[in-house]
Design a protein around this ligand. Sequence first.
Ligand code: ADE
Length: 228
Amino acid sequence: MIGIICAMKIEADAIRASLIDAETQTVSGVEFVRGKLHGKDVVLAVCGIGKVFAAICTEAMILTYAPSLIINSGVAGTLSEELTIGDIAVSSALVQHDMDTSPIGDPRGLISGINKIFFEADPSAANGIERAAATVGAHCVRGVIASGDQFMSDAAKKAWIAKEFGAIACEMEGAAVAHVAFVNSTPFVVLRAISDSATGDAQMEYPKFVAMAAARSHAILDKFIESV
Ligand code: ADE
């Protein structure tokens, strides 16, 4: 079973439409749709925006469906000159850029208790996403993806996250999926298509490009599922 988590309906609709023998079940307020995609068992959920919704969804998915891999797919702002609108970011690792206990001596991003800043994504899944991106001719960069409960639209903050964590893209759910997957020993990967520059222009860019970016992310996800 492969789990697919999207934050928003626009990121999930095309996947939902191609599921064969779809059956739905609601757990913890999240609707899960189970079915076949390219003959493989998948379960899809729209978790909602932000890290807490993503965490609820990931935990419920793992406990209910025991997926062997979770893919978080959708859109992101770019933090890298190598990624422009429509390009693809695939995770090497995830970080929560808004986790900050530095006033009591910790490095920024540290998750106390498990003592981690970065959650490593499954490398073979990331390789597969890169291959899938190549088959559709998409420019794909692998690197750290940073998540936080903020829509990034500030050049200075963007530069800080990129420098502090070496991150290439920002979004609002991936690191929560990663955190929950990690504590449950479940492999995960994050696939995001760039919808905006994460600067002051993002407010204009995002509504213009979100549908195109969601479609690109879906196209690569579909190729990846076909290939596994
Ligand atoms: N998802 C897409 N663009 C984003 C941005 N600029 N900040 C946070 N999440 C995003």
